[in-house]
Design a protein around this ligand. Structure first.
Ligand code: LLP
Length: 386
């Protein structure tokens, strides 16, 4: 863990801030791109996980494309120099102006999530006098065996079009003259640690692709989304996720000969490269005897524990004592749910100590807010520390 090596050196930066391990980011990118190359797979980075400009410019060096969830994400990717032909854009609620912008930029595909959206993209394309490349985002109805807050591919989810609806509406879909339906897209959920789920996904996709192609669709690519999980419990054991194992499952089970296969990884690329560094402000004990450690970060810097009950490993990186205490670690926000973790055994912590909240590179900074008029956290990059 980089912060542990740096320790006191980090005290010169104003907390809270995100600390990014640039060497680890590069190793992770090397790992995902070399494993993908072996199978000829294409990888898009899910920009929603972290849109820090320096991180994006490093990701671009490794030739990844981008997966977006809004018009502004498409704009950011384009401003950062990503080739529009490597940008995909999903999302259940795209505004007309976002659709128009994506069409103007000539991105790889708009991944459409409802029949009505297909009709609107067709209508806007017609007005603009173009044919637009789109993919059908299908809801495959698969249980990704993850936190239910972040599963996206079960039958009742808001994401994607049900397979049955695609089949039923095929005459209508195929009559949309200003669309080129060039791909099939799905994303079943995030933080998937049970890799056999990806095997189930492939088996489903095989059936869907075969059936839809018999109905006259001709897909150039299948985009199976992201979702590979990381080790929040003991990040030191697994700093780089096992991309090769997911690719090999897909290689062994996906039967889509001749088609491009795309992935959209977010968390697994940046999650372990970031830590949230915060200072202990105050100690206090509640009337019930609970020892609170009040730190200068809060849900405004990292909302995952409060929003999903997610676990992040927390460590005191500057303590100089062998005694320990059991703490509830709380933030500064005016919310009772602003708790990072309870019952954490840590070295006795004092005002001024630095804590690291690990595995915070994904969905940390990108979900930060100004609530209570907090400042947004800064960023410190390992290769710029003297
Ligand atoms: N593709 C699509 C269409 C997605 O919706 C997502 C994530 C990804 C790819 C990237 O998934 P990943 O590889 O990162 O699992 N804020 C939540 C996670 C939300 C994920 C949203 N979609 C969290 O902090 O756990």
């Amino acid at each position: 863990m980089l912060s542990r090596q740096l320790g006191e050196k980090l005290k010169k930066y104003e907390t809270p801030f995100y600390l990014y391990d640039i060497a680890l980011l590069r190793q992770t990118l090397e790992s995902v791109s070399s494993a993908a190359r072996q199978h000829g797979y294409k990888v898009h980075y899910a920009i929603k996980a972290n849109y820090d400009s320096k991180i994006l410019s490093i990701i671009r060096e490794y030739g990844l494309g981008i997966d977006c969830a809004s018009g502004n994400e498409v704009r950011k990717a384009i401003e950062m120099g990503f080739d529009p032909k490597t940008i995909v854009y999903a999302g259940v609620g795209k505004r007309d102006k976002e659709i128009r912008y994506a069409i103007e930029q000539g991105i790889m595909a708009i991944n459409c999530e409802s029949i009505e959206e297909l009709e609107v993209v067709n209508q806007i394309s017609c007005e603009m006098g173009v044919r637009t490349d789109v993919a059908l985002r299908v809801n495959p109805d698969i249980d990704p065996k993850t936190n239910r807050c972040i599963d996206t591919g079960q039958a009742d989810s808001k994401f994607g079009i049900s397979y049955e609806e695609i089949i039923a509406e095929t005459p209508k879909i195929q009559a949309l003259r200003n669309l080129n339906i060039i791909g099939l897209h799905l994303h079943i959920g995030s933080q998937i640690r049970e890799l056999h789920v990806f095997e189930n996904m492939c088996n489903k996709v095989n059936v869907i692709v075969a059936r839809l192609e018999r109905m006259g669709y001709k897909f150039r690519f299948v985009d199976v989304g992201g979702g590979l999980g990381i080790n929040y419990d003991v990040p030191e054991n697994e700093p780089i996720p096992n991309f090769a194992s997911v690719f090999s499952i897909v290689h062994n089970h996906l039967e889509v000969d001749g088609k491009e296969v795309h992935f959209e990884f977010g968390r697994s690329i940046v999650g372990e490269c970031g830590e949230l560094i915060s200072t202990v402000m105050f100690n206090k004990t509640t009337a019930t005897g609970r020892k609170l450690l009040i730190i200068d970060a809060s849900m405004t810097e990292l909302i995952r524990p409060m929003l999903y009950g997610s676990y992040h490993n927390i460590e005191n990186i500057t303590a100089d004592t062998d005694t320990t205490e059991k703490y509830t670690i709380v933030g500064t926000a005016c919310e009772s749910t602003d708790v990072f973790d309870s019952n954490v055994t840590m070295p006795t912590s004092r005002r001024g100590d630095l804590l690291t909240i690990k595995s915070a590179g994904a969905y940390g900074m990108s979900m930060a807010s100004n609530y209570n008029l907090h400042d947004l956290p800064g960023a410190v990059y390992s290769d710029e520390i003297e």
